[in-house]
Structure formats: structure tokens, C-alpha cells
Write a protein that binds this ligand. Structure first.
Ligand code: ZN
Length: 192
């Protein structure tokens, strides 16, 4: 995918569907970070000696990248708890969840890029790309990513409804319990 932000659409869908199992920020970050080598080749190092979609766009490189990402994200993840709680997307911070999220994000990036670019070798050290598409899938891929943003928005709405529904049910239960305990604690003489 030429424009890195488009990767965030499918990643958002995955992150929301897997919210109870994988870390959302790690998955989103993992879905865009492999393009750091393309950015290095295009912007920072004009004489970049490697392919634009090189080692980090392979499953071996992606796995190592995910591990590095998880190690970097874990200590700073606690600073994201307040905004995530505000969005009703709060999650328990755990290293396995962060690593799993980063891994799924990076792999989703590789799978979206592999049909488009001949220089990607997803199964490196094997120098082949069986996922490369002969036809023009670029338009389809863009459409898929754009629709993913809409799907993610709908899923987020469902999550909000579920969480707010659970919250309301808890409040209702709490009020009922408190109300009955107040009535029970009143003196008998006042019950006439
Ligand atoms: Zn890429």
C-alpha cells in the first residue's frame, strides 16, 4: 500500500474485534511501522542500499520488529491508559498482549503490501513472493482499506453500546441493592 495511513483501516477492524485479546495501540503501530524502511529509502538516505520493501516486509523481519516494538511500547503503554479509558477502549497492560498486537499489526501490513510489490519477499530467506498479484489489485486494495474505516466505526459503535449497557445495568443493580438495604435498615416503628 503506497500510503501508509491506509493500513490503519484494516488494523482498526482487527484491533477492535480482538480488543479483549490484543493490545490496540500496539496493533495500530505495528500496522504502519514496517514502512520505516521505505521512508528511510525515500527521505533520509538517498543511497539506501536495500529494497524499499526489504527485511521488515518479511515474516522473519516482521517478527523481530514486533518483538522490538513490544519492548519499546511496554514501559510507555501506561501513559495511554487515560485516553483509552475516555474512549471506553481501556485494556489491561500485559507484555504478551502487546507483543501479539504488534505481531498481528505487522503481519497485516505485510499481507496487504505483498500482492502489490515485486520487491517484497514475505517468506525471506526464500526469494519468492507467491502473493504477488499479476492483475491490477491496487484499486481493490484501496477500496478494501477505505471500507475498513467504515466497518471499524460501526464496530466501535457496537462496543460503546455494549460497554455503556453493562455500565447502566451495574448502576441499576447498585441502586436497587442500596435502596433495599436502606429500607431494611429503617426502624420498625417508622414502617407504619
Ligand atoms: Zn509497506
Amino acid at each position: 500500500m503506497p500510503l501508509t495511513p491506509f493500513h490503519l483501516g484494516p488494523a482498526l477492524v482487527l484491533a477492535l474485534v480482538l480488543l479483549w485479546f490484543m493490545d490496540l495501540p500496539a496493533l495500530l503501530l505495528g500496522s504502519i511501522v514496517p514502512d520505516i524502511e521505505a521512508a528511510a529509502a525515500m527521505m533520509w538516505f538517498p543511497n539506501w542500499p536495500f529494497p524499499m520493501h526489504g527485511f521488515l516486509h518479511s515474516f522473519v523481519g516482521g517478527t523481530l520488529l514486533s518483538l522490538v516494538l513490544a519492548v519499546v511500547i511496554f514501559p510507555i503503554r501506561k501513559h495511554l491508559e487515560i485516553p483509552l479509558r475516555f474512549l471506553k477502549l481501556d485494556q489491561k497492560r500485559s507484555f504478551p498482549r502487546i507483543f501479539a498486537g504488534a505481531l498481528i499489526g505487522v503481519y497485516s501490513h505485510i499481507l496487504l503490501d505483498a500482492p502489490l510489490y515485486a520487491d517484497i519477499k514475505p517468506f525471506w530467506p526464500l526469494g519468492l513472493n507467491p502473493l504477488l498479484s499479476e492483475g491490477s489489485v491496487r484499486g481493490l486494495m484501496y477500496g478494501f482499506c477505505e471500507i475498513s474505516f467504515v466497518v471499524a466505526f460501526v464496530i466501535y459503535g457496537i462496543i460503546l453500546c455494549l460497554k455503556l449497557g453493562i455500565l447502566r445495568a451495574r448502576l441499576f443493580l447498585f441502586h436497587n441493592l442500596c435502596g433495599s438495604s436502606v429500607v431494611e435498615s429503617q426502624p420498625i416503628s417508622r414502617k407504619k
